[in-house]
Design a protein around this ligand. Structure first.
Ligand code: SF4
Length: 319
């Protein structure tokens, strides 16, 4: 049975999430899940942009301010403005991060926040939640395919599963590109991800196959660029119980010839109970993996859907 490989998966992370005392108050925002669990599977590359541009700790708090011309990063009492320094650091650092397969950010920070950061209106103490941390915004702009998530959102088991799944899939694509992209490799990659894609977004999944159909004047590189953009968009869609159940029903079909009637009823019942929310996803998947050991199928055994990430992470036990 194939397990997701996890050697050398580089993932960026806000330093304070790994317990570094780099926050404005000299504290940290340690995430035990990142530090004690994900750390075993990811090679974390940590960054604290505020420390990197020379702000010490403890330091004055900073905020994003929107004036008529631009968004600026300034001290909350407006005693200094670090917009230019942060933009320069963000641009230069982001340009070196093409080898990352994911990024975990600290929420709400005017530097690292992924979304809903307070954006103040110049000259007031009023703001909206429309802001994005200045460093985070640069990373997401320069690396639109990169799976990015905020640490707090990883407490949601669905979002956590989705983020880790995307990191592993993106890493696999990066390895493929590094080894030299070809149509044959893309077709094989697509075949391995068939049921994973189907579970995430069946409608978009059906648009991916024709891209590799060979009826195009585009270069291999152009096809690869378009393919991976849509591929990552598909995986960014959260799968539902319905889409998982439909995918499981497809997998069930592979064993029709082999299973006796009791086994068929049992598998169908497991899928149905999962569909109703009475069992976690791991229940029907365990049965399918069990039958795959008994009745190996070369097409099914390569399916990333059955092991999108290491089983030890237990990401499919609680939803
Ligand atoms: S949120 Fe970002 S800038 Fe702020 S302390 Fe953490 S790593 Fe540093």
């Amino acid at each position: 049975m194939q397990q997701a490989p996890h050697n050398g998966i580089k993932v960026g992370i806000s330093s304070c999430l790994l317990g570094d005392k780099v926050r404005y108050d000299g504290g940290h925002k340690q995430s035990r899940y990142c530090q004690n669990v994900l750390d075993k599977y990811f090679d974390f590359q940590k960054f604290c942009p505020e420390m990197a541009i020379g702000l010490g700790t403890p330091r004055k708090t900073i905020r994003l301010i929107k004036d008529e011309e631009r968004i600026r990063l300034v001290a909350s009492d407006e005693s200094f403005d670090i917009t230019d320094e942060m933009e320069k650091y963000a641009q230069e650092t982001s340009a070196t991060l093409g080898n990352l397969s994911g990024y975990i950010l600290c929420a709400k920070s005017p530097t690292c926040g992924m979304e809903r950061v307070t954006l103040y209106i110049a000259g007031t103490n009023n703001g909206t939640k429309d802001g994005v941390g200045m460093f985070a915004a640069q990373i997401m702009k320069d690396h639109p395919l990169l799976p990015v998530e905020e640490e707090g959102r990883l407490n949601d088991t669905l979002l956590r599963d989705n983020f880790v799944t995307r990191v592993f899939a993106y890493h696999q694509w990066q390895c493929l590109v590094e080894s030299g992209i070809s149509m044959a490799k893309m077709i094989s990659f697509h075949a391995q991800h068939k049921y994973l894609l189907m579970a995430h977004n069946p409608a978009l999944y059906y648009k991916l196959g024709p891209m590799l159909g060979g009826n195009s004047d585009k270069s291999v590189q152009e096809i690869a660029d378009e393919y991976i953009a849509l591929f990552m968009e598909v995986l960014a869609t959260l799968p539902t119980r319905k889409s998982h159940s439909n995918t499981l029903a497809h997998l069930q079909g592979y064993f029709k010839r082999h299973l006796n009637s009791d086994q068929r009823v049992d598998l169908a019942s497991n899928i149905d109970k999962y569909r109703q929310g009475l069992l976690p996803l791991m229940a029907p998947l365990t049965l399918i993996n069990h039958y795959l050991v008994l009745y190996p199928d070369p097409y099914l055994v390569q399916q990333v859907y059955l092991h999108p990430h290491p089983d030890e992470l237990k990401l499919r036990y609680s939803h």
